[in-house]
Ligand binder design. Structure first.
Ligand SMILES: CC(C)(COP(=O)(O)OP(=O)(O)OC[C@H]1O[C@@H](n2cnc3c(N)ncnc32)[C@H](O)[C@@H]1OP(=O)(O)O)[C@@H](O)C(=O)NCCC(=O)NCCS
Length: 287
C-alpha cells in the first residue's frame, strides 16, 4: 500500500477506558488546576482526542439551556489550529442536543483560554471560586440557642424534606447565569453522599438550615430565607469541620459562585483558602 500523505493531527472519539485516562492526562497538562481524574461517560456527551496532545468534550450542561463545551490543547501544540478544529466538531455536536447556548468553564489564570472562548462568542456570566481548608484539630462549636441539629445518617428520611423546605429555594438563590437544572431526583441521587457529614438544623419542628457533604467536598449549604444573617451557616460548617476532624478527613473543598456570594464570606471567616476563580462563559450556538 502506498504511504499515506501526512494528514496532520487526527481527531477521533474517545473509546475504551485507556482513552479516558489519556483524556485526563492531556486535560491536566493543558489546564493544571483542572479536575485530575478521567471524565465520566454520559448520554449525549461527545469526547474527542487529537493524537496525544489535545482533547475536548461537549454534552448537556447543568444549566437547562446550555451545552457544555471544553477544549484542551497541551501548551507545546497551541496556535496551530488544533483548538479550532476540535471546537468545530463540538459545535456540530452541540447543534444536535436541542439547546440554544454554549457554556464553558475557563481558568481565569489562563489568558489564552479566556481569549479563545471570547473569540468564539462566549462572555463571562459568572464565576466559580474554590475554597480549600486543611483539617486539623477542629473544636465542636457551642450550640446555637433554639437550634437542634441532626445528621442525615441519623435521619435519612430528612433529605427529601430538606429539599422541599429549603433546598429548592437555596438553589434558586445561588447567583447563577441561568436556571440550574436541579430536580428532587438529582438532589436525592447526589446530595449528602456522606450522610454523617451532612447536617440538618431545626427550630422546633421546622427545618431552617442544611449543610451537605459529598466525597471530600461540601455539598449545598442553605438557610431558610427567614433565618439568614444569624450565623446558622457558619455554625453548620463548624459542625462539619468538627466532623471532618473526627473522621480523619485531611482536607475539604467548597465551590461557591461569584465574588459577592455570602457563602464565600463564611468560608473566608472559617479559614478556607480562596483560589483564583474559574470563569463561567456562555454564548449562542452559531447557526
Ligand atoms: C484555548 C486552547 C484550547 C486553544 O488551543 P489552540 O490549539 O492553541 O487553538 P487554535 O490554534 O485553534 O487557536 C488559537 C489561536 O490561534 C489561531 N490560529 C489558528 N490556526 C493557526 C495557525 N495555523 N497558525 C497560527 N495561529 C493559528 C486561532 O485563530 C486562534 O486565535 P483566535 O482565538 O483569535 O481565533 C488552549 O490554549 C488550551 O488548551 N487552553 C487551556 C484550556 C482552556 O482554557 N480551554 C478554553 C475553554 S474551552
Amino acid at each position: 500500500m502506498p504511504a499515506q500523505p501526512d494528514q496532520g493531527p487526527v481527531i477521533r472519539e474517545a473509546g475504551p477506558d485507556e482513552d479516558l485516562e489519556l483524556f485526563a492526562a492531556i486535560r491536566l497538562a493543558a489546564s493544571p488546576r483542572d479536575w485530575p481524574g478521567p471524565p465520566r461517560r454520559e448520554p449525549g456527551r461527545l469526547m474527542l482526542l487529537c493524537d496525544d496532545v489535545a482533547c475536548a468534550l461537549a454534552g448537556r450542561s447543568g444549566l437547562a439551556d446550555s451545552v457544555t463545551v471544553q477544549v484542551y490543547v497541551e501548551p507545546a501544540s497551541r496556535g496551530a489550529g488544533i483548538g479550532q478544529a476540535l471546537w468545530e466538531r463540538l459545535v456540530d455536536h452541540a447543534r444536535t442536543l436541542g439547546r440554544p447556548s454554549l457554556f464553558s468553564t475557563v481558568d481565569a489564570e489562563s489568558p489564552e483560554g479566556v481569549a479563545f472562548a471570547q473569540h468564539r462568542g462566549l462572555v463571562e456570566v459568572g464565576r466559580e471560586v474554590e475554597a480549600r481548608r486543611r483539617i486539623g484539630d477542629e473544636p465542636m462549636p457551642a450550640p446555637l440557642p433554639g437550634i437542634d441539629v441532626v445528621t442525615i445518617a441519623e435521619r435519612p428520611d430528612l433529605l427529601e424534606a430538606v429539599w422541599l423546605a429549603i433546598g429548592a429555594d437555596g438553589y434558586a438563590d445561588i447567583p447563577s447565569p441561568s436556571e440550574l437544572a436541579m430536580t428532587l431526583q438529582d438532589w436525592l441521587d447526589e446530595e449528602a453522599a456522606v450522610p454523617e457529614g451532612s447536617f440538618v438544623a431545626f427550630e422546633g419542628d421546622r427545618i431552617v438550615g442544611y449543610a451537605g457533604m459529598l466525597e471530600d467536598e461540601h455539598g449545598l449549604t442553605t438557610v431558610a430565607r427567614s433565618h439568614r444573617g444569624r450565623g446558622l451557616a457558619t455554625y453548620l460548617k463548624r459542625r462539619q469541620l468538627a466532623w471532618a476532624s473526627s473522621a480523619g478527613v485531611a482536607e475539604l473543598v467548597s465551590y461557591t459562585q461569584g465574588i459577592n456570594d455570602p457563602m464565600q464570606r463564611v468560608n473566608e471567616k472559617l479559614g478556607y483558602e480562596i483560589a483564583p476563580p474559574w470563569l463561567k462563559m456562555k454564548g449562542p450556538i452559531p447557526r
